[in-house]
Design a protein around this ligand. Structure first.
Ligand code: GLV
Ligand code: MG
Length: 349
């Protein structure tokens, strides 16, 4: 294990010092685009104004024959675009692929000053993060970057889930984790053929009616992802990094997408991936605290004064713990309001 005194020191001579705290910026959606697609590339400046995070995807969904074009396209877009306050991320190919080394050296070498976060897929344990950490430090030093590039890992193998806490704490570069339900389902040998969301077969059913064995029995679909998502939230928050739900593949089902995103929001996730422009608005709505809840939270904070003791508001008991929940809600609303004038108006800030 590394000496904790050295945890926050650069891993290469001349590399920038790691940061202590993950920057808190609105991160409601990580919008994926294909940098090899010219038509999509032209939309990037417009998209940058609508989303919190833009991610140039080099990994799955990019055909093998387009891998190099995607890498080169990403560098060009990163250099030529003014992203304003929008974060720029990339998802590189996995560490066992023939493209990873060129992805990281080219992107850090040619556009490292524009890159906020490197998303690493199929992370299995802290050793994967240590490898990327060291390599990034070398590349940052060579390029004389002044700001460290952060790392986001996708949780999409059974071994990765088993090593969650170790991955979350593997480096001060760790920015967050996303659930990757599609690859995770394959890795676990789950019997699904979807990208995230529920499954009608995963349910619980009420007991038979003793008076009528043929009477219909109510059933309710359960959430396939609850266990992993909840573990991921605890691992992230306990390590001071940010949890994200990942992709929802049924673009034609905005209702189920919204439900999945909201479950993640309520459990503590800060955002989700958007794979299609239609999902941007869903993520924006779901991952911004609801206006009525924020107004309620402001009232609780006001009436609780210094936060000690208890007060009753509309028949509901408030104390130190509820006022803390309310502060979480209001702090997030204020953060989002700085970036999103429409939400600022809705909140009345
Ligand atoms: C995302 O990459 C996933 O596999 O779900
Ligand atoms: Mg995947």
């Amino acid at each position: 294990m590394r000496n904790p005194r050295n945890f926050a020191k650069p891993l290469a001579l001349g590399a920038p010092a790691p940061i202590n705290d993950v920057p808190t910026r609105p991160s409601r959606m990580i919008h994926f685009f294909d940098p090899s697609n010219e038509r999509m590339a032209r939309k990037v400046p417009e998209l940058a104004k609508q989303v919190d995070i833009l991610l140039g995807n080099l990994e799955d969904a990019i055909e093998v024959r387009n891998k190099e074009a995607a890498r080169a396209g990403f560098v060009r877009i990163a250099r030529d675009t003014d992203f304003g306050p929008t974060q720029l991320w990339t998802r590189v190919n996995s560490l066992d692929s023939p493209w990873f080394l060129d992805d990281i050296t080219t992107i850090v070498g040619e556009a490292g000053d524009k890159l906020d976060v490197l998303m690493v897929p199929k992370v299995e344990g802290p050793w994967d993060i240590h490898f990327v950490d060291q390599l990034l430090a070398q590349l940052e030093a060579k390029r004389r970057l002044e700001r460290p590039i952060l790392v986001h890992a996708i949780l999409e193998t059974a071994l990765g889930v088993a090593n969650l806490e170790l991955i979350a704490r593997a480096s001060p570069r760790m920015q967050g984790l996303s659930l990757g339900p599609a690859d995770l389902a394959a890795s676990r040998r789950m019997k699904t053929t979807r990208v995230g969301g529920g499954h009608p077969g995963y349910l619980v059913r009420e007991d038979p009616n003793p008076a009528d064995e043929n009477a219909p029995r109510k059933s309710a679909q359960q959430d396939l992802w609850h266990y992993t998502l909840a573990r991921m939230v605890d691992a992230c928050v306990s390590a001071g990094i940010l949890p994200f739900y990942g992709p929802f593949g049924d673009i034609a089902d905005p209702v189920a997408c919204e439900d999945q995103f909201r479950n993640a929001f309520l459990l503590g996730c800060v955002g989700a991936w958007s794979l299609h422009p239609k999902q941007i608005e869903i993520a924006r709505r779901v991952f911004s605290p609801p206006v009525e809840e924020v107004k309620w939270a402001l009232r609780v904070i006001e009436e609780m004064g210094d936060g000690s003791g208890t007060v009753m508001i509309d028949g509901k008991m408030q104390d130190d713990a509820t006022v803390k929940q309310c502060r979480v809600m209001v702090a997030l609303a204020r953060l989002i309001a700085e970036r999103d004038p429409e939400m600022a108006r809705n909140y009345g800030f």
